[in-house]
Design a protein around this ligand. Structure first.
Ligand code: G6P
Length: 610
């Protein structure tokens, strides 16, 4: 949530920062702003709304040192005043901030007593004045004042501060929110993730929690919170610039939906060899024994990643016969869960930054659990705090509504637990080979599922004005129903609910009338006959039924209003293909309703606040 950027060097900072903010806009788009140092002046321009409004604003663009921000509002509504950067009272300091300062209320009272005034409702404006006050009263350098201030602050943050008294410097720090530094000769870049940096340099340093960095045009220094110099670990980025572009698609979301045959194949590349039956996941090898001996597995995640966890619960229990509990990270952390020493906790996250998931991991670690991460974003906080983990290798996901990360999470989790089932002996060798072969075919089956795009576009025209939707599925397709409903809610703003199909009669059936579209994920599996009965129950009440069914189904097409065909695969792998038509359905409905598909209102891709 919120994206921050910084630049110090010899070039025009404005255009670098603006472009960086556009790359980070998926993190929040309530307002955007830039602060630039030009000679001895500190010029700030900030605007409510998207980065484009900032770009259109009349402002001073000179300067080769600057910071920028794109906001997802926490404290104070989205308006120009609450937009970052915030200026300190004497006009010397400007700050951008991602996170929450929890004790800002008491700090504000103290500062007010000293005569400070505030023009915004934000916690960030309190922090910048707190730094100014410390700097003034203790005559400290900017970096020392930041360090002292942060030692008294409770909360999560990534910040960058510039000063017109110290024009060759950016001071930045992190605790709980991510920060990456890009290194180039005579130039340094700063950002919440690597996407604004990759077009300038691929040498980066991911700042660790509690660290403070000072960037000047000549050099950079990293220290910890106690002022002890650190040796930064310089990494080479593997992201390619084209992965951050729309590549001819109208939206990132569409690109990511259509990219799934490739992203699923990328997850398997170098790990799965169908010919030899080999399945290697390097990242979690040291804990393979612990996994084999686990009495139970806990999965913690949020949003779409939580849905991936629910699907995993089905196949882990079926293949490995290990009990699984899937928890919303936000609930897990606040309910004193029972965790035994040596329990396995799996944290699933696309961004690797979700605050609730991070907190759940810390809790599990404190209680002696082994925490494994299944994460997409390389170098992210979750990837760093888990004991071990495996990356998805799905490439950057930019559309706020998650699509390719879901199928990648399922692919990676399936590989881990298929292998485990084989080692535990809970599945026979021939079943192992059969499932492995079927898994290897998923990219081509995902490509077949995408062929329904045109048909789904047509169906969407008939459904776009509906005010409610129900999504129903059984077994492996129940979490897919939840995910389908979430996708529709997120980007079209139509109320949608996912339910196990059999539960419909315990409540949702009361909602069904001739206005109500009901999406059944009715692919052929063990409960096919049962879902046919559920479809019948909806049709009897005149509901509009859209059913995704497997090729060759002789019954369903005759019963329903619209069908969407998906290719046949093993039922434990079906979510990997059955989710695709639902992603497309939500995309087309949202498009027809004229919403912002890639940046839906009120949402952010990386939720770094609780
Ligand atoms: C936000 C995003 C969702 C995502 C969820 C969990 O709500 O908009 O798309 O599923 O966070 O994020 P994570 O990065 O941990 O998977």
């Amino acid at each position: 949530m919120c994206g921050i950027v910084g630049y110090i060097g010899t070039k025009d900072a404005y255009s670098i920062l603006l472009k960086g903010l556009k790359r980070l806009e998926y993190r929040g788009y309530d307002s955007a702003g830039i602060a630039l140092i030009d000679d001895l002046n500190l010029n700030i321009t900030k605007k409510e709304g998207k980065v484009i409004r900032l770009e259109e604003a009349d402002c001073k663009k000179e300067g080769s040192v600057g910071i920028g921000h794109t906001r997802w509002a926490t404290h104070g509504e989205p308006n120009d005043e609450n937009a970052h950067p915030h200026l300190s009272n004497n006009g010397s300091l400007a700050i951008v901030h991602n996170g929450i300062i929890e004790n800002y209320g008491s700090l504000k009272i103290e500062l007010k007593k000293k005569g400070y005034h505030f023009s915004s409702e934000t916690d960030t404006e309190v922090l910048v004045n707190f730094i100014e006050d410390i700097q003034k009263t203790e005559s400290l350098s900017l970096e020392d004042a930041v360090r002292v201030a942060l030692s008294k602050v409770v909360g999560a943050y990534a910040i960058a501060v510039i000063s017109k008294e110290d024009t060759n410097k950016i001071v930045a720090a992190r605790k709980g929110s991510p920060l990456v530094i890009g290194l180039k000769n005579g130039e340094y870049f700063l950002a919440s993730d690597a996407s604004p940096i990759v077009e300038h340099t691929n040498e980066v340093v991911y700042l660790n929690d509690g660290e403070i960095v000072v960037l000047t045009k000549e050099n950079y220094f990293v220290k910890d919170a106690k002022d002890i110099p650190q040796t930064p670990y310089v990494q080479t980025l593997e992201i390619k610039l084209e992965e951050l572009e729309k590549g001819g698609y109208d939206h990132f979301m569409l690109k990511e939906i259509f990219g799934q045959p490739d992203s699923i194949a990328d997850c398997m590349r170098g790990r799965l060899n169908v010919d030899t039956g080999n399945l290697v996941l390097g990242g979690i090898q040291s804990y393979s024994k612990a996994l084999q001996n686990a009495d139970r597995i806990l999965i913690v995640a949020c949003g779409t990643s939580w849905h991936a966890g629910l699907v995993a619960e089905y196949f882990i229990e079926e293949l490995c016969r290990i009990p699984v509990e899937v928890e919303y990270a936000s609930e897990f952390r606040y309910r004193n869960p029972i965790i035994k020493e040596g329990d396995i906790v799996i944290a699933i996250s696309q961004s690797g930054e979700t605050a609730d998931t991070l907190a759940a991991i810390e809790l599990a670690k404190d209680r002696g659990a082994i925490v494994l991460g299944v994460v997409n974003t390389v170098g992210s906080s979750i990837a760093r705090v888990t004991h071990e983990g495996t990356y998805l290798h799905a490439g950057p996901e930019i559309g706020v509504a998650s699509t390719k990360a879901f199928t990648a999470q399922l692919t990676v989790l399936y590989m881990i637990f298929l292998k485990l089932a084989f080692h535990k002996g809970t599945i026979a060798q021939n079943k192992y080979r059969q499932l492995l072969t079927e898994l290897g075919k998923i990219p081509e089956k995902a490509a077949i599922a995408l062929k329904s795009n045109e048909k789904i576009k047509e169906i969407s025209k008939r459904l776009k004005d509906a005010r409610n939707f129900l999504y129903l599925g059984r077994g492996y397709n129940f979490p897919v129903a939840l995910e389908g409903a979430l996708k529709l809610k997120e980007i079209s703003y139509i109320h949608a609910e996912g339910y196990p199909a059999a539960e419909m009669k315990h409540g949702p059936i009361a909602l069904i009338d001739e206005q109500m579209p009901v999406v059944f994920i009715a692919t052929k599996d063990g409960s096919h006959d049962k879902i046919i009965s559920n479809i019948q129950e909806v049709k009897t009440r005149k509901g509009i039924v859209i059913a995704s069914e497997t090729k060759g189904d002789a019954v369903i097409p005759k019963m329903v209003d619209y069908t969407i065909e998906v290719p046949v695969t093993h039922e434990s792998l079906m979510p990997l293909v059955s989710v695709i038509p639902l992603q497309l359905l939500s995309y087309h409905i949202a498009l027809l309703r004229g919403t912002n598909v890639d940046q839906p209102r009120n949402l952010a891709k990386s939720v770094t606040v609780e």
